[in-house]
Design a protein around this ligand. Structure first.
Ligand code: LRH
Ligand code: MN
Length: 393
């Protein structure tokens, strides 16, 4: 692999400088599995402390200036005040995640529930989340529905799609001009027979029906094993319907592990389609978000490591010699084309990223910088009392 020339390095570093990764408030709080949620020292006790931790990740990486909220996990009296506090910390409030999956009334579904009263309650929550966006200045309403059924015949699959479409339409029509609705799909869990938004095709069809302000979210942990996620990325990008990612990684199901930890090559292939689709820059409108749960590992370092993993996959994707690749593809040179991609993937981009951080006035090694910062020791002492925040499952 020839060393990238100066022009390539310039192109790659300026794209990496502009990269923006959104971190999730809930990843800083306690989370776990249905078997156990392990508390950790220093965990935030409220959304302000979650925002403060997200700000540390941005200060150390330089590329994580927004934090996604989850309602009601991040319920506060004054969202404008929380947004102002975030600003003081050097970050902004990002996507607003609705939650219609934890209320007892939603046992048989939220917006798809057979009971019109329950559907009304769920839609009202979605509309309340748009009200919150008006106060936080957030662009994106992110919708994931746990809705589904566990046994054949439990409910009418088609009727549930009608109910879903009705709820999405009412919510879509409430959006402001600069606001978007991001629809997330998931193959299964908590429903184990049929999920109402199980795959990208269903999400894509509903977003097409809704209009230009409706886009699809790809959560990298929400597919059947063996799914070619970069194909979905290429397809939705081509259709102009890819709105966001929930990045994480998994060995088996929705494991919500650190992105790039289970399959860094898959993350590279995904970012290759993003770069090939000219969709990396913030202006392209794709929200690159993390959606992870750090059940046993220290949370802030896990998020920093995840941001670095996305940067590394992105740097490798930006190093793909697209002219050589196109030439090999045109020539039907199967191995040659594959080799061009593998050359980029097998490039150690850590020195390039360390140099970029130094140029940005940051420590070249954010993980070491965090360990030396004393921030953990400070929050461990400050947050020793009070109720740690969690996902209330
Ligand atoms: C569902 C999901 C969704 C969030 C939740 C925390 O599995 O991916 O994006 O609301 O995790
Ligand atoms: Mn998700």
């Amino acid at each position: 692999m020839t060393q990238p020339d100066a022009q390539t390095l310039q192109r790659v570093t300026s794209a990496l400088r502009a990269q923006r990764i959104e971190t999730p408030s809930w990843a800083y709080a306690n989370s776990g599995t249905r078997f156990k949620v392990f508390p950790q020292e220093g965990v935030p006790r409220n959304p302000y402390e979650k925002v403060a931790d997200a700000a540390v990740v941005h200060r150390l990486t330089g590329v994580a200036p927004t934090v996604a909220l989850h309602i009601p996990w991040d319920l506060v009296d004054d969202y404008a005040d929380l947004a102002a506090y975030a600003g003081d910390q050097g970050v902004r409030l990002g996507a607003i995640n609705a939650n219609v999956f934890q209320d007892n009334d939603y046992k048989l579904g939220s917006v798809t529930n057979p009971d019109p009263g329950v559907r009304r309650k769920a839609i009202d929550h979605l509309l309340e989340c748009v009200d919150i966006m008006d106060r936080t200045g957030s662009r994106d309403l992110k919708l994931w529905f746990s809705d589904g059924i566990n046994y054949p015949g439990q409910d009418d699959i088609r009727a549930r799609q009608d109910r879903l479409a009705t709820a999405l339409r009412e919510t879509y029509d409430r959006l402001g001009d600069d606001q978007r609705l991001l629809l997330e799909y998931k193959l299964f869990e908590p429903a184990f027979y049929a999920t109402d938004v199980p795959d990208w095709g269903t999400a894509y069809a509903h977003c097409l029906e809704l209009g230009p302000k409706a886009q699809v979210v790809i959560d990298t942990g929400h597919h059947a094993p063996g799914t070619n996620i970069e194909f979905i990325v290429a397809f939705l990008l081509r259709a102009g319907k890819l709105g966001a990612f929930d990045f994480n990684s998994r060995f088996y199901a929705d494991d919500d592990l650190m992105v790039g930890s289970a399959d860094p090559f898959q993350l590279f292939r995904i970012m290759h389609e993003i770069v090939r689709g000219d969709a990396l820059a913030p202006e392209a409108g794709i929200a690159f978000m993390l959606d992870q749960c750090h059940n046993i590992e220290p949370k802030i370092p896990a998020i920093i490591r995840s941001v670095l993993n996305v940067q590394e996959a992105t740097a490798k994707a930006l190093l793909v010699d697209s002219d050589a690749l196109a030439a090999a593809q045109r020539a039907g040179d199967v191995l040659g084309a594959n080799a061009v991609l593998m050359d980029a993937y097998n490039t150690d981009v850590r020195p390039l990223l360390a140099e970029l951080r130094t140029d940005l006035g940051l420590d070249p090694d954010p993980m070491a910088a965090y360990a030396r910062s004393g921030y953990f020791e400070r929050i461990r002492a400050e947050r020793a009392d009070g109720q740690q925040a969690g996902w209330g499952a």
